[in-house]
Design a protein around this ligand. Structure first.
Ligand code: GRF
Length: 196
């Protein structure tokens, strides 16, 4: 069985990356993490190291500008034969020169029911402050409009009366960790290999 080659972009703890690594331990899972790229040092890289997955850090300070950095990241992903890019807690916006190269093949996980609380790194706190009865997480296709690409799947999480940002984030992340592997599995049946 040929497995979809996934490149994961990270900036944070890497719990979603870990969920994908875990799912891919099943030899019948139709995708595998081929490479992990970060834009700065972060704990997520440790998950990749432990799983013996190739990883690299592309610090903005090492490049003349964002475009050059992102194009170099795209080149690295292609070098590793990546067919699907997963932004899993990646905290930078990808330039069009990157998104063009993987158009329709970049997905992002966002901790809200998009379009609610889009375009922020603080979606969980904003949901809590706003008093909504439920929030959740969204898997969507990345386009050049931040958090506005086509929605693939969502999971709902009710907001409890005694909720804190931490408790709400933890329950949203629990949903993310099962949703992401499900969506990648589904896409693995649909995504065609990149042209060579
Ligand atoms: C997730 O909650 C995701 O929704 C958001 O950033 C967080 C990343 O967490 N985009 P982790 O690094 O996967 O633990």
């Amino acid at each position: 069985m040929s497995r979809l080659r996934v490149g994961v972009l990270v900036s944070g703890q890497g719990s979603n990356l870990q969920a994908l690594i875990q799912a891919a331990r099943d030899p019948m899972y139709p995708a595998r993490v081929a490479v992990v790229l970060a834009n700065h040092d972060c704990p997520a890289l440790e998950h990749a190291r432990k799983a013996a997955i190739t990883r690299a850090v592309f610090r903005l300070a090492d490049y003349p500008d964002r475009r050059t950095r992102d194009v170099e990241m795209a080149r690295t992903l292609r070098f590793h034969g990546v067919e699907l890019v997963v932004c899993a807690g990646y905290d930078a916006i990808l330039v069009p020169a990157f998104t063009r190269q993987f158009a329709g093949r970049i997905i992002n996980i966002h901790p809200s029911l998009l379009p609610a609380f889009s375009g922020t790194m603080d979606a969980v706190a904003m949901a809590l402050e706003s008093g909504v009865a439920e929030t959740g997480c969204t898997l969507h296709v990345v386009t050049d409009d931040v958090d506005a690409g086509p929605i693939i799947a969502q999971r709902r999480v009710p907001v409890r009366p005694d909720e804190t940002v931490e408790s709400l984030r933890a329950r949203i992340q629990e949903e993310e960790h099962t949703l992401l592997p499900v969506v990648v599995r589904r896409l693995a049946g649909q995504v065609l290999p990149l042209p060579v």
